[in-house]
Design a protein around this ligand. Structure first.
Ligand SMILES: Cc1cc2nc3c(=O)[nH]c(=O)nc-3n(C[C@H](O)[C@H](O)[C@H](O)COP(=O)(O)OP(=O)(O)OC[C@H]3O[C@@H](n4cnc5c(N)ncnc54)[C@H](O)[C@@H]3O)c2cc1C
Length: 404
Protein backbone atom coordinates (compact mmCIF):
# COMPACT_ATOMS: atom_id res chain seq x y z
CA UNK A 1 0.00 0.00 0.00
CA UNK A 2 1.37 3.45 -0.91
CA UNK A 3 2.19 5.52 2.17
CA UNK A 4 0.30 8.79 2.32
CA UNK A 5 1.90 12.22 2.58
CA UNK A 6 0.26 14.65 5.00
CA UNK A 7 0.73 18.42 5.39
CA UNK A 8 -0.07 19.79 8.86
CA UNK A 9 -0.75 23.50 9.28
CA UNK A 10 0.11 24.52 12.85
CA UNK A 11 2.68 23.09 15.22
CA UNK A 12 0.81 23.47 18.53
CA UNK A 13 0.09 20.46 20.74
CA UNK A 14 -2.48 19.11 18.24
CA UNK A 15 -0.24 19.48 15.17
CA UNK A 16 2.81 17.88 16.74
CA UNK A 17 0.73 15.08 18.31
CA UNK A 18 -0.59 14.25 14.82
CA UNK A 19 2.92 14.42 13.31
CA UNK A 20 4.23 12.07 16.02
CA UNK A 21 1.36 9.62 15.49
CA UNK A 22 1.79 9.64 11.68
CA UNK A 23 5.50 8.99 12.05
CA UNK A 24 4.78 6.06 14.38
CA UNK A 25 2.81 4.54 11.47
CA UNK A 26 5.62 5.28 9.01
CA UNK A 27 3.59 7.97 7.21
CA UNK A 28 5.16 11.19 5.92
CA UNK A 29 4.20 14.25 7.99
CA UNK A 30 5.23 17.83 7.14
CA UNK A 31 4.52 20.54 9.74
CA UNK A 32 4.19 24.25 8.84
CA UNK A 33 4.21 26.66 11.79
CA UNK A 34 3.95 30.43 11.49
CA UNK A 35 5.87 31.19 14.71
CA UNK A 36 9.63 31.60 14.29
CA UNK A 37 10.27 28.89 16.92
CA UNK A 38 8.29 26.02 18.39
CA UNK A 39 6.96 26.76 21.84
CA UNK A 40 3.95 26.98 24.09
CA UNK A 41 2.44 29.57 26.39
CA UNK A 42 3.92 29.54 29.89
CA UNK A 43 1.11 27.70 31.62
CA UNK A 44 0.16 24.32 32.95
CA UNK A 45 -2.06 21.67 31.47
CA UNK A 46 -3.97 18.76 32.98
CA UNK A 47 -3.31 15.56 31.05
CA UNK A 48 -6.21 13.29 31.86
CA UNK A 49 -6.06 9.47 31.52
CA UNK A 50 -7.68 9.44 28.04
CA UNK A 51 -4.78 11.57 26.73
CA UNK A 52 -2.09 9.84 28.81
CA UNK A 53 -3.07 6.47 27.24
CA UNK A 54 -2.24 7.97 23.83
CA UNK A 55 1.00 9.54 24.99
CA UNK A 56 1.98 6.11 26.31
CA UNK A 57 1.14 4.53 22.94
CA UNK A 58 3.39 7.14 21.30
CA UNK A 59 6.26 6.00 23.56
CA UNK A 60 6.61 9.14 25.67
CA UNK A 61 5.12 8.02 28.98
CA UNK A 62 8.44 7.87 30.88
CA UNK A 63 9.60 11.28 29.64
CA UNK A 64 6.23 12.74 30.58
CA UNK A 65 6.18 11.14 34.01
CA UNK A 66 9.58 12.66 34.82
CA UNK A 67 8.29 16.25 34.36
CA UNK A 68 4.76 15.71 35.67
CA UNK A 69 3.12 16.14 39.01
CA UNK A 70 0.79 13.35 40.13
CA UNK A 71 -2.24 14.98 41.79
CA UNK A 72 -3.88 13.09 44.63
CA UNK A 73 -7.49 14.19 44.02
CA UNK A 74 -9.73 16.68 42.32
CA UNK A 75 -11.19 18.66 45.19
CA UNK A 76 -14.12 21.06 44.88
CA UNK A 77 -13.94 23.89 47.43
CA UNK A 78 -16.09 26.81 48.44
CA UNK A 79 -14.54 30.09 47.23
CA UNK A 80 -14.67 31.79 50.63
CA UNK A 81 -14.42 29.07 53.27
CA UNK A 82 -12.43 26.34 51.40
CA UNK A 83 -15.11 23.88 52.59
CA UNK A 84 -14.91 20.67 50.55
CA UNK A 85 -17.83 19.88 48.24
CA UNK A 86 -16.36 16.80 46.63
CA UNK A 87 -13.14 14.78 46.51
CA UNK A 88 -12.48 12.60 43.47
CA UNK A 89 -9.42 10.38 44.04
CA UNK A 90 -6.98 10.45 41.13
CA UNK A 91 -3.57 8.99 42.05
CA UNK A 92 -5.22 6.01 43.74
CA UNK A 93 -8.00 5.29 41.24
CA UNK A 94 -7.11 6.47 37.71
CA UNK A 95 -4.74 3.64 36.69
CA UNK A 96 -7.20 1.02 37.97
CA UNK A 97 -10.39 2.59 36.58
CA UNK A 98 -9.18 4.25 33.40
CA UNK A 99 -5.95 2.45 32.53
CA UNK A 100 -3.56 5.40 33.00
CA UNK A 101 -2.64 8.07 35.54
CA UNK A 102 -3.73 11.70 35.58
CA UNK A 103 -0.79 14.09 35.17
CA UNK A 104 -0.21 17.81 35.58
CA UNK A 105 2.41 19.12 33.18
CA UNK A 106 3.89 22.41 32.06
CA UNK A 107 2.71 22.96 28.47
CA UNK A 108 6.24 23.69 27.23
CA UNK A 109 7.42 20.32 28.62
CA UNK A 110 4.57 18.44 26.93
CA UNK A 111 5.22 20.17 23.61
CA UNK A 112 8.99 19.51 23.79
CA UNK A 113 8.48 15.82 24.60
CA UNK A 114 6.00 15.39 21.72
CA UNK A 115 8.40 17.16 19.37
CA UNK A 116 11.07 14.55 20.13
CA UNK A 117 8.88 12.08 18.20
CA UNK A 118 8.58 14.34 15.15
CA UNK A 119 10.88 14.32 12.11
CA UNK A 120 12.26 17.85 12.43
CA UNK A 121 13.74 17.75 8.92
CA UNK A 122 10.12 17.92 7.67
CA UNK A 123 9.05 20.92 9.75
CA UNK A 124 9.13 24.55 8.63
CA UNK A 125 8.96 27.52 10.99
CA UNK A 126 8.07 31.15 10.30
CA UNK A 127 5.75 30.18 7.45
CA UNK A 128 2.21 31.57 7.34
CA UNK A 129 -0.44 29.48 5.63
CA UNK A 130 -3.09 31.46 3.74
CA UNK A 131 -5.48 28.66 2.77
CA UNK A 132 -5.96 25.16 1.38
CA UNK A 133 -7.85 23.66 -1.55
CA UNK A 134 -8.27 20.44 -3.44
CA UNK A 135 -7.38 19.84 -7.09
CA UNK A 136 -8.28 16.40 -8.40
CA UNK A 137 -6.71 13.95 -5.91
CA UNK A 138 -4.28 16.40 -4.40
CA UNK A 139 -4.68 18.72 -1.43
CA UNK A 140 -2.75 21.99 -1.72
CA UNK A 141 -1.78 24.46 1.00
CA UNK A 142 -0.72 27.99 0.02
CA UNK A 143 1.56 30.27 1.99
CA UNK A 144 2.08 34.01 2.36
CA UNK A 145 5.51 33.78 0.67
CA UNK A 146 3.82 32.54 -2.51
CA UNK A 147 4.88 28.90 -2.13
CA UNK A 148 2.51 25.94 -2.23
CA UNK A 149 2.70 22.46 -0.76
CA UNK A 150 0.97 19.43 -2.31
CA UNK A 151 0.04 16.34 -0.33
CA UNK A 152 -2.54 13.55 -0.15
CA UNK A 153 -4.11 15.25 2.87
CA UNK A 154 -3.85 18.73 4.44
CA UNK A 155 -4.84 19.09 8.10
CA UNK A 156 -5.67 22.45 9.67
CA UNK A 157 -4.28 22.21 13.20
CA UNK A 158 -4.04 25.98 13.30
CA UNK A 159 -6.06 26.78 16.39
CA UNK A 160 -9.25 28.63 17.20
CA UNK A 161 -8.70 31.35 14.56
CA UNK A 162 -7.95 28.69 11.93
CA UNK A 163 -7.16 29.91 8.42
CA UNK A 164 -7.91 26.45 7.03
CA UNK A 165 -11.33 26.44 8.64
CA UNK A 166 -11.99 29.82 7.06
CA UNK A 167 -10.91 28.63 3.61
CA UNK A 168 -13.14 25.53 3.87
CA UNK A 169 -16.22 26.89 5.62
CA UNK A 170 -16.09 30.70 5.52
CA UNK A 171 -15.23 33.38 7.97
CA UNK A 172 -17.31 33.12 11.12
CA UNK A 173 -15.51 34.47 14.19
CA UNK A 174 -15.51 32.39 17.39
CA UNK A 175 -18.00 33.31 20.11
CA UNK A 176 -16.88 35.20 23.22
CA UNK A 177 -18.29 33.05 26.02
CA UNK A 178 -18.62 35.86 28.55
CA UNK A 179 -15.68 34.52 30.56
CA UNK A 180 -12.21 35.86 30.94
CA UNK A 181 -9.37 34.22 32.76
CA UNK A 182 -6.04 35.04 34.33
CA UNK A 183 -3.21 32.56 33.98
CA UNK A 184 0.06 32.47 35.90
CA UNK A 185 2.67 29.96 36.99
CA UNK A 186 4.28 30.52 40.41
CA UNK A 187 7.65 28.79 40.90
CA UNK A 188 8.57 27.30 44.29
CA UNK A 189 11.75 25.51 45.42
CA UNK A 190 9.72 23.01 47.40
CA UNK A 191 5.94 22.56 47.32
CA UNK A 192 4.16 24.89 49.76
CA UNK A 193 1.77 22.12 50.81
CA UNK A 194 0.54 24.24 53.74
CA UNK A 195 -1.46 26.51 51.45
CA UNK A 196 -1.57 24.67 48.10
CA UNK A 197 -2.62 21.05 48.57
CA UNK A 198 -1.21 18.38 46.20
CA UNK A 199 -4.51 18.19 44.29
CA UNK A 200 -6.32 19.72 41.40
CA UNK A 201 -8.34 22.26 43.41
CA UNK A 202 -11.50 23.76 41.93
CA UNK A 203 -12.63 26.80 43.95
CA UNK A 204 -16.21 27.63 42.97
CA UNK A 205 -17.66 31.09 43.61
CA UNK A 206 -20.35 33.38 42.26
CA UNK A 207 -19.64 34.24 38.61
CA UNK A 208 -16.21 32.63 38.69
CA UNK A 209 -13.92 29.77 39.63
CA UNK A 210 -10.23 29.22 40.23
CA UNK A 211 -8.22 26.08 39.49
CA UNK A 212 -4.80 25.54 41.08
CA UNK A 213 -2.42 22.64 40.61
CA UNK A 214 1.27 21.79 40.67
CA UNK A 215 3.31 21.37 37.50
CA UNK A 216 7.03 20.87 36.72
CA UNK A 217 7.35 17.87 39.06
CA UNK A 218 6.01 19.98 41.95
CA UNK A 219 8.35 22.96 41.45
CA UNK A 220 5.60 25.39 40.40
CA UNK A 221 1.88 26.02 40.84
CA UNK A 222 -0.35 26.78 37.86
CA UNK A 223 -3.25 29.20 38.32
CA UNK A 224 -6.32 29.49 36.09
CA UNK A 225 -8.71 32.10 37.51
CA UNK A 226 -11.95 32.60 35.59
CA UNK A 227 -14.43 35.45 36.03
CA UNK A 228 -17.51 36.30 34.02
CA UNK A 229 -17.27 39.59 32.19
CA UNK A 230 -19.45 41.25 29.58
CA UNK A 231 -16.73 42.60 27.35
CA UNK A 232 -13.35 41.71 26.01
CA UNK A 233 -10.71 43.53 23.98
CA UNK A 234 -11.61 42.08 20.60
CA UNK A 235 -8.24 42.45 18.84
CA UNK A 236 -6.38 40.03 21.04
CA UNK A 237 -7.37 36.98 23.01
CA UNK A 238 -4.54 37.26 25.50
CA UNK A 239 -2.99 40.40 26.98
CA UNK A 240 -0.54 41.06 29.80
CA UNK A 241 -2.18 41.71 33.17
CA UNK A 242 -0.84 42.34 36.67
CA UNK A 243 -0.80 40.74 40.09
CA UNK A 244 -2.82 43.70 41.42
CA UNK A 245 -5.55 43.21 38.82
CA UNK A 246 -5.78 39.52 39.69
CA UNK A 247 -5.95 40.25 43.43
CA UNK A 248 -8.62 42.89 42.88
CA UNK A 249 -10.78 40.62 40.72
CA UNK A 250 -10.73 37.91 43.40
CA UNK A 251 -10.97 40.11 46.49
CA UNK A 252 -12.86 38.29 49.25
CA UNK A 253 -11.86 34.81 47.99
CA UNK A 254 -10.09 32.44 50.41
CA UNK A 255 -6.83 33.58 52.04
CA UNK A 256 -4.85 30.65 50.54
CA UNK A 257 -5.71 31.97 47.08
CA UNK A 258 -4.77 35.53 48.08
CA UNK A 259 -1.45 34.22 49.37
CA UNK A 260 -0.80 32.34 46.13
CA UNK A 261 -1.89 35.24 43.90
CA UNK A 262 0.37 37.63 45.82
CA UNK A 263 3.36 35.49 44.72
CA UNK A 264 2.61 35.83 40.99
CA UNK A 265 5.08 37.63 38.83
CA UNK A 266 3.96 37.38 35.21
CA UNK A 267 0.17 37.34 34.81
CA UNK A 268 -1.75 37.04 31.53
CA UNK A 269 -5.42 37.66 30.87
CA UNK A 270 -7.38 35.68 28.27
CA UNK A 271 -10.78 35.99 26.72
CA UNK A 272 -12.40 32.55 26.57
CA UNK A 273 -13.95 31.79 23.19
CA UNK A 274 -15.62 28.72 21.75
CA UNK A 275 -17.80 27.69 18.82
CA UNK A 276 -20.90 25.62 18.36
CA UNK A 277 -20.08 22.07 17.22
CA UNK A 278 -19.56 21.99 13.45
CA UNK A 279 -21.63 19.63 11.26
CA UNK A 280 -18.51 18.70 9.21
CA UNK A 281 -14.75 19.24 9.38
CA UNK A 282 -13.68 17.97 5.97
CA UNK A 283 -13.86 19.15 2.36
CA UNK A 284 -12.27 16.69 -0.07
CA UNK A 285 -8.82 15.84 1.27
CA UNK A 286 -8.59 18.82 3.63
CA UNK A 287 -9.70 18.48 7.24
CA UNK A 288 -9.45 20.10 10.68
CA UNK A 289 -8.15 18.98 14.06
CA UNK A 290 -8.03 20.30 17.64
CA UNK A 291 -9.14 23.86 18.36
CA UNK A 292 -9.49 24.53 14.62
CA UNK A 293 -12.33 21.96 14.58
CA UNK A 294 -13.86 22.21 18.06
CA UNK A 295 -12.66 25.06 20.28
CA UNK A 296 -14.13 24.64 23.74
CA UNK A 297 -14.18 26.21 27.17
CA UNK A 298 -11.40 24.75 29.34
CA UNK A 299 -13.84 23.76 32.12
CA UNK A 300 -13.38 20.00 31.65
CA UNK A 301 -9.64 20.48 30.90
CA UNK A 302 -10.02 18.73 27.55
CA UNK A 303 -9.04 21.02 24.63
CA UNK A 304 -5.51 19.67 24.20
CA UNK A 305 -6.58 16.15 25.19
CA UNK A 306 -9.17 16.21 22.37
CA UNK A 307 -6.52 17.47 19.92
CA UNK A 308 -4.21 14.60 20.94
CA UNK A 309 -7.05 12.07 20.54
CA UNK A 310 -7.90 13.57 17.12
CA UNK A 311 -4.29 13.22 15.97
CA UNK A 312 -4.05 9.62 17.10
CA UNK A 313 -7.33 8.57 15.48
CA UNK A 314 -6.61 10.46 12.26
CA UNK A 315 -3.14 8.89 11.94
CA UNK A 316 -4.59 5.43 12.66
CA UNK A 317 -7.32 5.93 10.05
CA UNK A 318 -4.84 7.13 7.40
CA UNK A 319 -2.56 4.17 8.12
CA UNK A 320 -5.40 1.68 7.64
CA UNK A 321 -6.37 2.63 4.10
CA UNK A 322 -4.83 3.99 0.90
CA UNK A 323 -7.93 6.13 0.35
CA UNK A 324 -7.63 9.57 2.01
CA UNK A 325 -11.35 10.23 1.49
CA UNK A 326 -12.28 7.02 3.31
CA UNK A 327 -9.80 7.73 6.12
CA UNK A 328 -11.17 11.25 6.62
CA UNK A 329 -14.77 9.95 6.65
CA UNK A 330 -13.83 7.44 9.32
CA UNK A 331 -11.90 10.07 11.31
CA UNK A 332 -14.93 12.37 11.43
CA UNK A 333 -17.33 9.56 12.24
CA UNK A 334 -15.16 8.45 15.16
CA UNK A 335 -14.31 11.89 16.49
CA UNK A 336 -17.21 14.31 15.99
CA UNK A 337 -19.73 12.72 18.40
CA UNK A 338 -17.19 12.71 21.21
CA UNK A 339 -15.80 16.21 20.70
CA UNK A 340 -19.34 17.59 20.33
CA UNK A 341 -20.32 16.18 23.70
CA UNK A 342 -17.15 17.48 25.34
CA UNK A 343 -17.67 20.95 23.82
CA UNK A 344 -21.26 21.16 25.04
CA UNK A 345 -20.61 19.70 28.48
CA UNK A 346 -17.66 22.09 28.98
CA UNK A 347 -20.08 24.97 28.38
CA UNK A 348 -22.57 23.49 30.81
CA UNK A 349 -19.90 23.19 33.54
CA UNK A 350 -19.43 26.98 33.39
CA UNK A 351 -23.09 27.46 34.28
CA UNK A 352 -22.89 25.03 37.21
CA UNK A 353 -19.58 26.32 38.57
CA UNK A 354 -20.59 30.00 38.56
CA UNK A 355 -24.05 29.98 40.18
CA UNK A 356 -24.87 33.19 42.01
CA UNK A 357 -28.08 32.40 43.94
CA UNK A 358 -27.38 31.03 47.42
CA UNK A 359 -30.23 28.55 47.10
CA UNK A 360 -29.03 27.22 43.75
CA UNK A 361 -25.50 26.87 45.14
CA UNK A 362 -26.76 25.00 48.20
CA UNK A 363 -28.72 22.61 45.98
CA UNK A 364 -25.70 22.08 43.70
CA UNK A 365 -23.35 21.46 46.64
CA UNK A 366 -25.72 18.93 48.22
CA UNK A 367 -25.81 17.16 44.86
CA UNK A 368 -22.01 17.08 44.76
CA UNK A 369 -21.87 15.64 48.29
CA UNK A 370 -24.48 13.01 47.60
CA UNK A 371 -22.79 11.83 44.41
CA UNK A 372 -19.47 11.86 46.22
CA UNK A 373 -20.86 9.38 48.73
CA UNK A 374 -22.30 7.11 46.03
CA UNK A 375 -19.41 7.27 43.54
CA UNK A 376 -16.74 9.98 43.88
CA UNK A 377 -15.77 9.51 40.20
CA UNK A 378 -19.19 10.76 39.13
CA UNK A 379 -19.15 13.80 41.42
CA UNK A 380 -17.64 17.24 40.86
CA UNK A 381 -16.52 17.44 37.26
CA UNK A 382 -18.38 14.21 36.49
CA UNK A 383 -15.78 13.41 33.84
CA UNK A 384 -15.44 9.63 34.23
CA UNK A 385 -16.96 9.13 30.76
CA UNK A 386 -14.21 11.39 29.35
CA UNK A 387 -11.34 9.59 31.08
CA UNK A 388 -12.39 6.02 30.28
CA UNK A 389 -12.22 6.54 26.50
CA UNK A 390 -9.53 4.46 24.81
CA UNK A 391 -8.64 5.66 21.31
CA UNK A 392 -6.50 2.61 20.52
CA UNK A 393 -9.36 0.30 21.37
CA UNK A 394 -11.83 2.31 19.30
CA UNK A 395 -9.54 2.15 16.26
CA UNK A 396 -9.22 -1.61 16.71
CA UNK A 397 -12.93 -2.31 17.14
CA UNK A 398 -14.45 0.16 14.68
CA UNK A 399 -12.65 -0.96 11.57
CA UNK A 400 -12.45 0.72 8.15
CA UNK A 401 -15.79 0.89 6.37
CA UNK A 402 -17.74 0.03 9.52
CA UNK A 403 -20.24 2.64 10.70
CA UNK A 404 -19.11 4.35 13.93
C1 LIG B 1 -7.14 28.77 30.36
C2 LIG B 1 -7.02 27.51 29.58
C3 LIG B 1 -6.71 26.32 30.23
C4 LIG B 1 -6.63 25.12 29.51
N1 LIG B 1 -6.37 23.96 30.19
C5 LIG B 1 -6.36 22.79 29.53
C6 LIG B 1 -6.09 21.57 30.20
O1 LIG B 1 -5.84 21.54 31.41
N2 LIG B 1 -6.12 20.40 29.47
C7 LIG B 1 -6.35 20.40 28.12
O2 LIG B 1 -6.36 19.31 27.51
N3 LIG B 1 -6.60 21.54 27.45
C8 LIG B 1 -6.60 22.74 28.11
N4 LIG B 1 -6.83 23.90 27.44
C9 LIG B 1 -7.11 23.84 25.99
C10 LIG B 1 -5.85 23.78 25.15
O3 LIG B 1 -4.99 24.83 25.51
C11 LIG B 1 -6.17 23.91 23.66
O4 LIG B 1 -7.34 23.23 23.34
C12 LIG B 1 -5.03 23.31 22.83
O5 LIG B 1 -3.82 23.96 23.10
C13 LIG B 1 -5.35 23.39 21.33
O6 LIG B 1 -4.25 22.91 20.60
P1 LIG B 1 -4.20 23.09 19.02
O7 LIG B 1 -2.89 22.50 18.61
O8 LIG B 1 -5.46 22.59 18.41
O9 LIG B 1 -4.20 24.67 18.79
P2 LIG B 1 -3.12 25.77 19.19
O10 LIG B 1 -2.45 25.42 20.47
O11 LIG B 1 -3.81 27.08 19.11
O12 LIG B 1 -2.01 25.67 18.04
C14 LIG B 1 -2.22 26.19 16.76
C15 LIG B 1 -0.85 26.43 16.12
O13 LIG B 1 -1.06 26.82 14.76
C16 LIG B 1 -0.24 27.92 14.45
N5 LIG B 1 -0.89 28.67 13.37
C17 LIG B 1 -2.07 29.37 13.45
N6 LIG B 1 -2.39 29.88 12.25
C18 LIG B 1 -1.40 29.50 11.37
C19 LIG B 1 -1.18 29.73 9.99
N7 LIG B 1 -2.04 30.45 9.26
N8 LIG B 1 -0.07 29.19 9.40
C20 LIG B 1 0.81 28.43 10.15
N9 LIG B 1 0.64 28.21 11.47
C21 LIG B 1 -0.46 28.72 12.08
C22 LIG B 1 -0.16 28.70 15.76
O14 LIG B 1 0.99 29.54 15.80
C23 LIG B 1 -0.09 27.58 16.77
O15 LIG B 1 1.24 27.14 17.03
C24 LIG B 1 -6.87 25.12 28.12
C25 LIG B 1 -7.14 26.32 27.44
C26 LIG B 1 -7.20 27.51 28.16
C27 LIG B 1 -7.50 28.79 27.42
Amino acid sequence: MRKLKVGIIGGGIGGVALAAALRAHGLEAHVFERAPAFGEVGAGIQMTPNAVKILRALGIFDALERVSFLPQNIIGRDWRTAREMWRTPLARDCPRLYGAPFFHVHRADLHRILLEKVDLSKTQLGIQCTGARQERNTAIASFADGNEFEADVIVGADGIHSTIRKSLFGDEPPRFTGNMCWRAVVPFDTPPFDFVSPDSSFWLGPKGHVVTYYVSAGKAVNIVAVMESKDWVAESWNVPSTREELLTAFRGWHENLQKLFSRTDEVFKWGLFDRDPMPAWTVGHVTLLGDAAHPMLPFLSQGAAMAIEDGFVLAGSLADTASPAEALRRYEALRRPRTTRVQLESRERGRTYHLTSRFARLKRDLGYRWRNLVNPQSSGLGANWVYEYDAEKQLRTEAVGQPA
